[in-house]
Ligand binder design. Sequence first.
Ligand code: UTP
Length: 289
Amino acid sequence: MIRKAIIPAAGLGTRMLPATKAIPKELLTIVNKPVIQYVVEEAIESGITEILIVISRNKTALQDHFAKSFPNEDFYEQKGKTEVLNALKGISGDCEIEYIEQHELNGLGDAIHHGKEFAGTEPFAVLLGDTICESDTALPILAQLIDCYNRFGSSVTAIEQVPLENVSRYGIMGGEQVGKGIFQVNEWVEKPQPEVAPSQLAIASRYVFTAPIFDALEKIGRGVNNELQLTDAMKLLLNTEAMYGLQIAGRRFDVGNPQDFIKTNIHFGLKHHEFGEEFRRWLEEVIKE
Ligand code: UTP
């Protein structure tokens, strides 16, 4: 059973400057909900009951977001404004959220290593805090990974097919298909050029790891950008453990760059239950102009 999840959210958000000068990029909103709340909701809907969010010193607003909003909650409770109260509470369900500070931004691998004590010897999930995953089925994307983990008992990484010209933006897997949408991985390559990429199957920001990933993170040296790269530790883990890639039934939205941020807002705006249809008509008019 996977109960714990680590959400790395300490990065600088350079690509979203100046928005991220004072506001963590994970708190930027897609329609009216911060990105990180989509991520936490996906975790909770996938059965996670303990979350560790890795933050940096200037990102304590993330803690404020999930803290009890006093005295506003009491105010709306007394007035019987259930809908407002629910929106204010943000997340529902039983889930504990802890925080740890990454003092130096030494990369994603280092951020996850900060969860070593939190995870202990249990397998755990990782969800990147600046990426929303939307499922095409009733199962959230992380729940799809957890199902796959329960079947194989080894680390599972979410995978998404990307156009050949985009492979150099992602970690790419090489491997053999062993089931519907399931691959046994034999190679991870970080940001390959299209001509040497082993496939067009890119890592899609959700993972389930077994505890030995921490040993691997302790063995790797600094890699690309002089950072501890998670992909380097995943390569090492391949020597001791079978790893699987699961092609997700859905899609990911990386909201850490302006263009994808706008696209994601439009996507979720068009699907909005109250004003989606009206927004669509407005957008069609704008495009015609
Ligand atoms: P990114 O590389 O997309 O985030 O990391 P970034 O560093 O904020 O991006 P730019 O280049 O400055 O715009 C992917 C995820 O890993 C986290 C980020 O917060 C993001 O959720 N991360 C990255 C950390 O927690 N610590 C790090 O040292 C680096």
